[in-house]
Design a protein around this ligand. Structure first.
Ligand code: AAO
Length: 551
């Protein structure tokens, strides 16, 4: 019954919307010679359907549409960031680094990747202890920013990690005999008897069986087919759900059979009703790298939830770098037509913690903070475009040492003190971060495009313009308009914006402060057109306006 009603609302909503669009189109094209009463009649109908549209609009409350990965941040810093920055700027949530106890790696010295080698499911890591984790979840939820945990459940530590009390919180393990008493797991819980490769590692990605049953980079591989393994994993995840987390990134999902993930998910509790409506399920996004050409496909995981779309950053990077003759104008069909997965399944990002330093996949086209001008454009395009669920990367600085295309410092961990503890994220008077934290999410343009995405949420692209080259512009139906100039020539064009007439403040060069604009002002004429000028050498060669930045 409920479902029927919501389908009906959806269909009616879509009809209203289509009718409104048609009226708008007719009005735009109507020659002045047409009698006034005809115009009036259409305006009346438009107003009536405007009412019906408002009634069926899905999200009357301000929406929050993007999450940020605060890579390697301490829980106490994330709690502060939720309160002082993420909530006021409309961020939906935070992806946090793996919170469970991991192997302490001393050589190389305390690499970031030690956190992807679990020793136990105690909430105890370089980011903080369980009390600090609870405090972070509570304080972030209290201001409407939700926590998404990076769940490393495919494996435990590397098979060569030896034995001893080297878990970061002192738990004992023996990697050789597959003994992890702090969970507990024993040799029966691992895939060693099932994997068929000579080395025991994944040797060939075109064989889906070994991709799931053998070790990824030597990491001892759990058998999620076993009931006790499923239960231990679910117990770990439920512990965090009960504390108040909203969902999970499932690390290395490609290496777990989709049906085993499904079985684990079916054991998960509903979200904590202190913050979430009764019956809410955790938001799940699975890390599956599918750039095409391999045996394992993203689509195998859709029934479990969302999936990371790695083609997104790789292809967007190629376009913005103008490689292979690709142009921004080609982005007119951006989305499924570029053989990306269905939008409602995709978690999208320009870069992630792996491919920003040459791990994982994506290749050289990936844009990162090291190339700030193009990076800001890429992230802003992602936030302006309706495709996918958006995740923003927030990094720390490290001393890159690139020789023949490889970064020999790709292992360097977060800013830390001599004892290995992570340094606090300090905030400079101008709002940027100190102590070598890059904080891309605090870059002005990115912050304001997060707001843009919230304002235009649910609105399709209704006008697209390009110069057949690297200049493009598009409207998010009546709510916002963006123009990008990645060309070698200046842009000067009068474009139909579809926005109500008035003066708008460009949120990239400045912002609306009261009735004033600190940046470029864009005047939308009564026929909806506006004149845009963007110098090809501008540091930020793009303009964005939306209805909440109207003066
Ligand atoms: C560390 C050491 C290792 C050591 C190991 C055990 O670095 O030398 O053997 O400990 O002692 C992270 C680090 C690893 C680290 C690990 C554990 O990245 O270096 O190993 O922690 O500490 C695959 C997986 C994907 C995974 C990615 C890194 O499919 O799930 O590798 N990402 C996640 C995390 C990541 C983490 C782990 C998983 C493990 O995000 O941070 O590892 O928990 C192909 C496949 C991909 C595959 C890549 C890389 O990609 O498609 O599935 O990702 O190879 O192996 C073209 C192709 C593209 C291909 C790519 C590279 O682009 O189109 O498909 O080339 O060949």
């Amino acid at each position: 019954m409920l479902r029927m009603r919501s389908d009906l609302r959806c269909i009616t909503g879509k009809l209203c919307f289509a009718f409104q669009q048609e009226c708008k189109r007719l009005l735009r094209r109507m020659p002045p010679s047409v009698k006034d009463n005809m115009r009036n009649l259409l305006l009346l109908l438009l107003a009536a359907f405007g009412l019906c549209w408002t009634q069926y609009k899905s999200n009357p409350k301000p929406v929050r549409t993007s999450i940020v990965h605060l890579f390697e941040w301490r829980w106490i810093d994330i709690a502060l960031e939720c309160e002082r920055y993420l909530a006021p700027n409309g961020f939906a949530g935070v992806q946090v680094s793996p919170p469970n106890e991991n192997l302490v790696v001393m050589s190389p010295w305390r690499p970031w990747w030690e956190r992807y080698q679990p020793i136990s499911y105690k909430l105890c890591s370089r980011s903080g202890n369980e009390n600090e984790f609870r405090d972070m979840v509570t304080r972030c939820n209290n201001v409407g920013v939700h926590i998404y945990v990076d769940a490393v459940i495919n494996h435990m530590c590397g098979s060569g990690a030896g034995s001893g009390y080297h878990g970061i919180c002192g738990s004992y393990f023996n990697a050789g005999s597959r003994d992890f008493p702090a969970v507990p797991y024993s040799s029966y819980d691992f895939n060693d008897r099932i994997c068929q490769t000579a080395s025991g590692d994944i040797e060939n990605y075109s064989d889906p069986i070994q991709v799931r049953n053998c070790r990824l980079s030597g990491l001892v591989d759990l058998t999620q087919r076993r009931e006790d393994v499923r239960s231990k994993i679910a117990e770990y995840m439920n512990h965090m759900i009960d504390i108040g987390v909203a969902g999970f990134r499932i690390d290395a999902s490609k290496h777990i059979w989709p049906m085993d993930i499904n079985a684990i998910l079916s054991k998960l509790n509903n979200l904590n009703t202190r913050w979430f409506t009764k019956g809410s399920r955790p938001f799940i996004y699975q890390e599956v790298i599918d750039l095409g050409g391999e045996a394992v496909r993203s689509s195998e995981y859709f029934r479990n939830g969302h999936v990371t779309e790695f083609k997104y950053g790789a292809q967007l990077g190629t376009v913005l770098r103008k490689w292979n003759g690709e142009k921004m104008a080609d982005l007119k069909s951006w989305g499924e037509n570029w053989s990306l997965m269905p939008s409602d399944k995709a978690v999208v990002f320009v870069d992630n913690h792996d491919n920003q330093r040459g791990h994982g996949a994506g290749g050289a086209s990936i844009l990162t903070f090291w190339n700030p001008r193009l990076y800001k454009m890429a992230v802003s395009f992602m936030l302006a475009h309706p495709y996918g669920f958006t995740r923003i990367m927030s990094s720390y600085w490290w001393p890159r040492d690139i020789q023949n295309g490889k970064d020999f410092n790709d292992w360097v961990g977060p800013p830390s003190n001599v004892d290995g503890s992570i340094k606090p994220v300090t905030i400079n008077p101008n709002g940027t971060c100190g102590n070598d934290w890059v904080c891309e999410h605090r870059w002005d343009q990115i912050r304001k495009m997060v707001t843009f995405r919230n304002v235009v949420y649910g609105q399709p692209i209704t006008q697209w313009w390009d110069n057949s080259n690297h200049q493009v512009a598009f409207e998010r139906d009546g709510k916002g308009f963006v123009v990008f100039n990645n060309d070698d020539r200046n842009l000067s064009a009068v474009l139909p914006t579809g926005l109500p007439p008035g003066v708008y403040c460009d949120i990239i060069s400045g912002q609306k402060e009261g009735s004033l604009c600190t940046g470029i002002q864009i005047r939308v004429a009564t026929n909806g057109t506006a004149h845009f000028q963007i110098n090809s050498r501008a540091e930020d060669p793009f303009i964005a306006i939306h209805v909440e930045a109207k003066l």
